[in-house]
Design a protein around this ligand. Structure first.
Ligand SMILES: [Zn+2]
Length: 677
């Protein structure tokens, strides 16, 4: 779990994988542990397939229809959602004075739940956007409209945002990234084969139905869908693969504002900058993939304006669909939910509105959430765990026999200055400039997107805000951000069974290996290691040490390339390398942290399992998840993480203490020591 560039995580209209049957949010009298013996399959061999052993009995748990995947993360989400639902409902009921937190979250929720108004208004709220698109006659007007759409949360044509400058981590900078696609990524347009072709046909059919819902005649709708498909395919051809995007140096190009015209002459940069209000004082920008912009610039002039208008209209429809009437919501789900990820049922409305509220008013909601879901004692315990993890990592660095003294000193400096944010921010985001009311839902969503765009633009020219959180407190996830050299563990993931302030160390350390150990290791994975202690993309490795790191990384690439997920479908070891390094190193670091935390304490077996066995079972059970084949396939092709089963099997493959704990033979020599940390 690692959020990379904020720019890269721009929302896809695809549904987030979340939730089902609600567990009551009452405080349990006993801790909920990371080890649940009822999920173990005693018939499976822990040595041969540890996932099958630790999680085998979980296989029988059915996947509720609204889910593409269902597992421990969804159990936690369900509990978080139940808490948040209570907050939203009571805020909507009681309201609050205008401009208060209760008013904003209450009105946002009420507008999302007001189906009658949503149906009655139909596409009317989008009329101004469609009219502006219809009026486009020239490439300059086209670029201006793309800019206006970007300010309102519609990511058409390309990606634009504001980020920390990778090579000057004290400064914020405007940044351009490849983008503009309606399918998850470029290979969806270009990959040969029946399966890929079927998805492309389904996408065109989906666009056709959406244009029909928007009022177009069937024949016209079909030809417009073909037009969008052809245009997006050209954008895909100009885009880099996921593997190529993982190289931060190769995706860093600082360009002076005055040189942009030469880089992509067809794109009217000045018009774009005027539209998004880029201050004149910003004299340079980042262009991640210059060749994409060259191609896009040429296309702006060569593709008929009519095609571009159709393309923009499609992206407005696609982005707005989840917040419109039931016909649009259903059609959007049929493609992005059912076809792409295999879910069979639309999530209930309240969960969809809740997800939207999380994106729109995340820290307003977070302030209310942490009051019930995260105690000061929990924060203290989690901080102590972070401390032991850092100590464990220090020992790993010092013990790395393949690393020279000079590189070690730099690595230790990076570790010492790495910051950990735990639970919730000390200073809350101020949403008072965002007007939320009981108007049609899509307008509140659009206003929130515009507020967020302005908030990010306002960062330009100011020092980097190191107090800001890049996930909301209620998020069940965590991140390491290399350009800030910081880890973040929101209250939403520090929940049972991952973490319980009353649980024992074997349970907490094992279950959070995939979180604390994992994120910490990201600072030293194949991408993270390219950033120095201040967060600058700057080489601090001696040539020999870098070579030895890469040789070890190559072993991990080969190890994961060999994993076959579905018949003929293998993990892409290069695409998932950083995450695999973090998974393998994370388990190691968490194990050592567990040892440090329990030094001198007498630990007893529980339910017949030794403390070490419980640590490893808690780790494996922290991944228990059942996935539909579509979701599995989507993950293998688009995700930088390996599928869950291999996130367990990979890290324990060569872990002597694991083998000892379960009485396994030593790892075969071919698997010996592929780990880096
Ligand atoms: Zn990660």
């Amino acid at each position: 779990m690692n959020v990379h560039r904020i720019l890269l995580s721009l929302a896809l209209a695809a549904p987030l994988a979340i939730q089902s049957p609600a567990a009551p949010p009452v405080a349990a009298p006993h801790p909920i542990l990371g080890v649940d013996p009822s999920y173990i399959d005693p018939a499976a061999s822990p040595c041969r397939d540890f996932y099958a052993y630790a999680d085998g009995a979980f296989d029988k748990v059915p996947i509720p229809g609204e889910y593409a995947s269902y597992g421990v993360n969804q159990e936690i989400d369900e509990r978080n959602f139940a808490i948040l639902k209570g907050i939203l409902e009571s805020s909507a009921r009681t309201g609050g004075t205008k401009g208060s937190i209760a008013q904003r979250v209450g009105d946002f929720y009420a507008s999302g739940m007001d189906e009658a108004l949503i149906e009655k208004e139909g596409l009317k709220p989008l009329a101004p956007l469609f009219a502006a698109i219809e009026a486009i006659k020239t490439p300059a007007a086209l670029v201006a409209e793309m800019g206006r759409l970007h300010t309102q949360g519609v990511h058409a044509g390309f990606g634009f945002g504001v980020q920390v400058d990778d090579k000057d981590s004290s400064a914020m900078i405007a940044s351009f990234w490849q983008g503009g696609l309606g399918l998850p990524e470029r290979d969806y347009y270009l990959r040969p084969g029946k399966e890929a072709e079927a998805i492309r046909q389904a996408y065109v059919a989906h666009m056709t139905r959406m244009f029909e819902l928007a009022g177009d005649a069937p024949a016209s709708a079909r030809s417009q869908a073909d037009t969008v498909m052809a245009l997006e395919t050209k954008l895909a051809q100009a885009s880099r693969t996921l593997v190529d995007l993982r190289d931060p140096q190769a995706n860093y190009h600082k360009v002076a504002r005055k040189d942009l015209a030469a880089l992509a002459p067809g794109l009217d940069w000045n018009t774009y900058f005027a539209t998004v209000a880029l201050p004149a004082s910003e004299t340079s920008v980042l262009v991640g993939q210059p060749e994409f912009y060259k191609a896009l610039g040429a296309m702006l002039g060569s593709e008929p304006m009519e095609s571009w208008r159709t393309y923009l209209r499609w992206h407005v429809l696609r982005t707005a669909a989840p917040f419109l009437g039931s016909a649009f919501v259903g059609e959007n789900f049929a493609f992005y939910g059912r076809t792409l990820s295999g879910a069979t049922e639309l999530r209930p409305r309240w969960k969809r509105v809740l997800s939207a509220a999380d994106r729109a008013l995340g820290e307003d909601l977070g302030q209310l959430y942490v009051k019930t879901a995260f105690s000061p004692a929990a924060k203290a315990r989690a901080l102590e765990m972070v401390h032991f993890h850092k100590e464990a990592m220090r020992a790993r660095i010092l013990a790395a026999d393949w690393m020279g003294e000079a590189t070690k000193q730099q690595a230790l400096r990076k570790l010492d200055t790495m910051r950990a944010k735990v639970g919730y921010p000390d200073r809350w985001r101020d949403y008072s400039a965002l007007e939320i009311s009981r108007r049609p839902f899509v307008l509140n969503v659009e206003a929130a997107a515009a507020f967020e765009f302005r908030r990010r633009m306002a960062k330009l020219g100011k020092p980097v805000d190191r107090e800001e959180w890049h996930m909301t407190p209620q998020t069940n996830n965590a991140y390491y951000e290399p350009s800030l050299n910081e880890m973040c563990f929101p209250a939403g993931i520090l929940q049972p069974p991952f973490f319980d302030e009353k649980a024992d160390d074997a349970s907490n350390y094992g279950a959070l290996a995939s979180t604390i150990g994992h994120e910490l290791t990201h600072g030293f994975d194949d991408q993270g290691r390219q950033y120095d202690w201040q967060g600058n993309l700057k080489d601090w490795w001696t040539a020999d040490d870098a070579k030895r790191f890469e040789a070890r990384a190559d072993h991990i690439v080969k190890q994961y390339d060999a994993f076959e997920v579905l018949p003929g479908l293998h993990i892409n070891g290069k695409q998932t390398l950083g995450e695999n390094i973090a998974d393998i190193g994370g388990l190691r670091v968490s194990y050592e942290a567990f040892k440090l935390a329990t030094k001198g304490k007498e630990l007893k077996p529980v339910d017949g399992f030794t403390p070490d066995q419980r640590f490893f079972i808690a780790f494996a059970q922290g991944w228990r998840t059942n996935q539909r084949p579509q979701a599995l396939r989507l993950g293998v092709t688009t995700d930088v993480h390996s599928p869950v089963r291999w996130r367990v099997i990979g890290p324990v493959a060569d872990f002597p203490e694991f083998r000892k704990a379960f009485g396994c033979e030593a790892a075969p020599a071919t698997q010996a020591r592929t780990a880096i940390w």
